[in-house]
Write a new protein. Structure first.
Length: 243
DNA sequence: ACAATATCCTGCGAGC
DNA sequence: TGCTCGCAGGATATTG
């Protein structure tokens, strides 16, 4: 499930390989990421935008498979394949990315603690996990990293934003950046379908403490990891050392 | 303002 | 073996 670290990994790899090349005579000037959306900019101001959703893959010089929905060819003969097994992902060509970027919340790495506190104050009745996953609230966090961030912060996913202590808010803020940073270093989490921009698996699954660890022992206190449904999503947490 | 649910789609593993 | 069922889930629309 590509979230911020996975899309950022792909972005970096693609940027290295395709900036300066051309598709249909149009020169690529940049490869950007906003939330979980990957953006390829062209010199004429137009962009190709991709959302990988659950099972999307963007692989530079990848070998097409039965799930390859689109292949982009570059002027040097290299290519970019877009795989989309469950067809939730999408891509399109647009003239401006403004309308796509406008509704999204701030990027975690651009965020300051003070601002984060103000954001939370506006949503006191929201449960913290669904809130962290709300792209209009903060960009790029999905089911995996929200579970891991809350575990690291010792906060239960059902806690209301307004009930968090200053200390807990700071922990969530710090752990968000820390975990996302570490996950990018590991090239993301290949739980099932995700592959990076070169077709390789991300290594961050090894660092998962609670995500999909239902029934296993908490690495911090030994209690049994629990799974609950929250807004149609599964939340994994330790009932003993997350409060 | 918030929660819960269905929806899109396909593969996989469990259970019978 | 081969069926059915539940599950995985990002974002959105809908209903409560």
């Amino acid at each position: 499930m590509p979230e911020l670290p996975e899309v950022e990994t792909i972005r970096r790899q693609l940027a290295k390989n395709i900036v300066g090349k051309k598709i249909d005579g149009k020169k690529i000037t940049d490869v950007r990421r906003r939330a979980k959306i990957l953006i390829i900019d062209f010199a004429n101001g137009h962009s190709l935008v991709f959302h990988l959703k659950l099972t999307g893959q963007l692989i530079y010089n990848g070998k097409p498979s039965k799930y390859t929905r689109k292949v982009f060819y570059f002027d040097d003969g290299s290519r970019l394949i877009f795989n989309n097994l469950r067809k939730f992902g999408w891509w399109k060509k647009i003239k401006s990315t403004k309308s796509i970027e406008a509704p999204l919340g701030p990027e975690p790495f651009d965020l300051e603690l003070k601002q984060f506190k103000v954001m939370l104050k506006k949503r006191p009745k929201s449960k913290i996990k669904p809130l962290l996953m709300d792209q209009k609230f903060i960009a790029g966090i999905g089911n995996i990293y929200s579970d891991e961030i809350l575990f690291a912060s010792c906060v239960q996913p059902t806690r209301l934003a307004g009930s968090l202590s200053q200390r807990e808010v700071k922990a969530i803020f710090d752990n968000t950046k820390k975990i996302l940073r570490k996950a990018i270093k590991a090239r993301g989490s290949s739980v099932r379908d995700y592959l990076d921009g070169l077709g390789k698996k991300g290594q961050y699954v090894k660092e998962h403490k609670v995500y999909q660890k239902t029934g296993e022992n908490c690495p911090r206190c030994g209690a049994v990891i629990k799974r609950i449904k929250l807004g149609g999503r599964s939340a994994h947490y330790c009932p003993k050392c997350q409060y």
